[in-house]
Design a protein around this ligand. Structure first.
Ligand code: ATP
Ligand code: MG
Ligand code: MG
Ligand code: MG
Length: 476
């Protein structure tokens, strides 16, 4: 079943059950806690917090999401994209656990010729929060799921909040068993690679107070109105229904892998390290296109830095696979064909999207050409001194003088079997920032001309800002 069909069936199912279809919001909602929208519920937060009253009591959407927290997983696990589509259904003070569970079950196990996804019910597992006997009872007695396939899990996995005082509650997640060839027995509690999480159902029933961490806070009492928030991963359902091995081989992403094979001459499936690079390219090319579409431009901090890093990783991966020519235009053209049917704006804005991506590729290829040689020198020197650790000062020089980003130094060092003194690098960066600040102050007082600021090889110094979202709560 193609991704387009999965999206359609999801929305049809919930509209048929009284939900209002709501279009995806931009990835860039104005939320100080979030770099990007990372869950389907984000656009509905004002309703969940009771700041606004919802114009409908039931809604359904397929929300564009970006999770930079998952970047390190991309290409390595079978199931993490940086950009993915979260299909969801929401109840604002309307139905609660019973319907949330049965709606999901009906869609997952409904026959394919009857509008469902046709998952084999024998392969589905559910988890519930430790003391959520209500959800456990619905799964066992109303859905008919055998008790052995319902697992109880604690705060970390099965209790949800937004990380701030407000609504919270237990979750129930649905997993698909890929079978013994993919790992050990024992359900999702034992192995989340064999048992793939496809859907998270959140039952907002309580109010939480302040707390010190994700799973340590005070629960103040029941909410006056209970809500439902669910999120199903469209890419994960596509992966499982299409009989492929992971989310990167599904109909919307595989064409980029195929294109990368043509451009690099390397075969997908011939060695593990190359395969990760193919998957990184497929994932990141799509994420970059969708970010640019929503208005992000490459930059040195925040959202712009995320985009820059994704684009650079594509360039590096393609080169490591053997590409000796620019590849970005071809990747973007492929993403356009796959994604424009669901996101028509990608068609209308395509020239802009492609130009931004191709421009960053050109700039970075220039940086790479000059920086790679310097990196080799530093690596050789480090080894000749009998060390396996690149000094912080060297990493800083590469960055500061040659515009070679620290994340690249770290990656290349790892590939060369070397470490990097990150603390030393960080200290020099902090010193530089302090100096720049003092300089700026001095110049301000002296009315100096600020236009003399030196530009580095790739435009501006790249500050390593880390890759974590501000809000690290796992949210649906
Ligand atoms: P995982 O444990 O696999 O990282 P999660 O618990 O972080 O997933 P949720 O926050 O519960 O995910 O999100 C709801 C659903 O969205 C998940 O059940 C999954 O189907 C999908 N999903 C989450 N993260 C990703 C991702 N990085 N790529 C693709 N789909 C995802
Ligand atoms: Mg999970
Ligand atoms: Mg989850
Ligand atoms: Mg996760």
């Amino acid at each position: 079943m193609q991704t387009h069909e999965i999206r359609k069936r999801f929305l049809d199912h919930y509209v048929k059950n009284g939900h209002t279809e709501v279009a995806s919001a931009s990835l860039l909602l104005d939320d100080p806690n979030l770099l990007f929208v990372n869950a389907g519920m984000v656009p509905f937060v004002p309703y969940f917090l009771g700041q606004q009253s919802a114009p409908y009591s039931r809604a359904t959407s397929i929300q564009k999401c970006v999770r930079t927290l998952d970047i390190e997983e991309v290409g390595i696990t079978t199931r993490h994209n940086t950009f993915f589509q979260m299909a969801g259904n929401f109840s604002f003070g309307d139905y609660f656990k019973r319907e949330a569970i049965t709606f999901a079950w009906t869609l997952l196990t409904g026959a394919q010729d009857d509008g469902g996804f046709g998952f084999d019910p024998e392969r589905l597992w559910a988890t519930v929060y430790l003391d959520d006997d209500e959800a456990f009872g619905i799964w066992r007695d109303e859905v008919g799921l055998p008790a052995e396939r319902i697992q109880r899990r604690g705060m970390t996995d099965n209790y949800w909040s937004m990380g701030i005082p407000g609504p919270c509650g237990p979750c129930s997640e649905i997993f698909y068993d890929r079978g013994p060839a993919y790992g050990s027995e024992g359900g999702p509690e034992a192995d989340e690679d064999r048992y793939i999480e496809i859907w998270n159902l959140v039952f907002m029933q309580n109010e939480r107070g302040e707390g010190t961490s994700k799973d340590d806070y005070e629960i103040l009492g029941p909410l006056p109105r209970k809500n439902i928030d669910t999120g199903m991963g469209v890419e994960r359902v596509a992966f499982l229904l299409q009989g492929v091995e992971n989310v990167y081989e599904t109909d919307l992403l595989r064409p980029v892998i195929d294109r990368a094979e043509e451009l690099t001459g390397r075969r997908y499936g011939s060695d593990a390290a190359s395969d990760v690079r193919f998957r990184v390219i497929a994932d990141h090319a799509r994420t970059a296109a969708m970010l640019i579409l929503d208005g992000v431009n490459p930059g040195n901090d925040g959202r712009g830095y995320v985009l820059r890093r994704l684009l650079r990783r594509i360039v590096r991966s393609a080169r490591l696979l053997g590409a000796d020519q620019p590849t970005m235009r071809a990747f973007m053209d492929t993403v356009r064909v796959a994604m424009a049917p669901s996101y028509p704006q990608l068609e209308t804005d395509y020239d802009r999207v492609r130009n931004v991506a191709v421009g960053e590729e050109a700039a970075f290829l220039g940086t790479l050409a000059s920086g790679s040689k310097l990196f080799e020198d530093v690596a050789r020197q480090t080894r000749s001194q009998g060390s396996a650790r690149i000094g912080g000062a060297d990493a800083f020089t590469l960055h500061d003088t040659y515009g070679f980003p620290i994340d690249l130094t770290l990656e290349m060092a790892a590939e060369a079997g070397l470490e990097v003194d990150r603390e030393g690098f960080g200290a020099l960066m902090a010193e530089q920032r302090a100096r720049a600040k003092a300089d700026a102050q001095a110049r301000k007082h002296a009315h100096a001309d600020l236009t003399v600021y030196r530009e580095l090889v790739d435009g501006h110094p790249t500050e390593f800002t880390g890759f974590d979202e501000l809000n690290t709560e796992a949210t649906v």
